[in-house]
Design a protein around this ligand. Structure first.
Ligand code: NAD
Length: 250
């Protein structure tokens, strides 16, 4: 493994499961101090213990808890170099526009999109002072294609993450802050397993459209996170960084 992140501090939201957990492990293995944030205390703590980092219980929809999260990272390790704003929820059961209710819609925007706004707002002042930082916001391939998924609130929230990341990447580039939207294809995580358990046919339909013929493993997404976090990606900014096995290009 390369050690591209020695001495850097990375905040990961949704660190207790799936992509966040794999990314936490990868960032730590590359030498970073990791700050593991999750609403799920048991899983978040386990991630921190395993990777030698700290756990901060934070609901990413709560502005004060998000402020406290980035403050804890800075107070503990003296910098905030990487923010992997990744926590998110899957779509409501029937997320077609004719079925999904206003409350369900709002909840998805809050957890998937407003959370990213809050985390960027909290991270950028630290990064500005340092003149350096990499922000990686988890969007999704669904924001890049009409996937006939009937996931209107989810897809719209992820489209917002893409646009916000681009906007911020352009705005803060001269200050040494890069902002990229990470767009995973379907990844074998609890979130996806839950979705497919409710609708097995959907899994089969989805698989047909992935050119590589399988779902991603979380570690494959984590490898991209480590790249975007490190100086190896110093000229990669304001992108929709696709790690999707070709699904959006097919
Ligand atoms: P997951 O359900 O395995 O993990 C998500 C983690 O986020 C959980 O530990 C959960 O407790 C935490 N979380 C949820 N709401 C939170 C909140 N309000 N505050 C703090 N933490 C919260 O999911 P995953 O598959 O690893 O997904 C991670 C991200 O990747 C999400 O943004 C998801 O939309 C996105 N994504 C997933 C896939 C996929 O196929 N799995 C594909 C594209 C994008």
């Amino acid at each position: 493994v390369c050690r591209r992140l020695v001495g850097r501090t990375g905040v990961v939201t949704g660190a207790g499961s799936g992509i966040g957990l794999a990314a936490t492990r990868r960032l730590a293995s590359e030498g970073a101090h990791v700050v593991c944030a999750d609403v799920d205390e048991t899983r978040g703590k386990a991630a921190a213990e395993e990777t030698g980092g700290i756990f901060v219980k934070a609901d990413v929809t709560d502005p004060e808890q998000v402020e406290a999260l980035f403050a804890a990272a800075y107070d503990t390790y003296g910098s905030v170099d990487v923010a992997f704003n990744n926590a998110g929820i899957s779509p409501p059961d029937d997320d077609s526009i004719l079925e999904t209710g206003l409350e369900a819609w709002k909840r998805v925007q809050e957890v998937n999109l407003t959370s990213v706004y809050l985390c960027c707002k909290a991270a950028i002042p630290y990064m500005r002072r340092q003149g350096r930082g990499s922000i990686i916001n988890t969007a999704s391939f669904v924001a890049r294609m009409g996937a006939a998924t009937s996931q209107i609130s989810y897809t719209a929230s992820k489209g917002g993450v893409l646009a916000m990341s681009r906007e911020l990447g352009v705005q803060f580039a001269r200050e040494g802050i890069r902002v990229n939207a990470l767009c995973p294809g379907p990844v074998n995580t609890p979130l996806l397993q839950e979705l497919f358990a409710k609708d097995p046919e959907r899994a089969a339909r989805r698989l047909v459209h992935i050119p590589v013929g399988r779902f991603a493993e979380a570690e494959e997404i984590a490898a991209a996170v480590a790249f975007l976090a490190s100086d190896d990606s110093s000229f990669v900014n304001a992108t929709d960084f696709l790690v999707d096995g070709g699904i959006s290009g097919a």
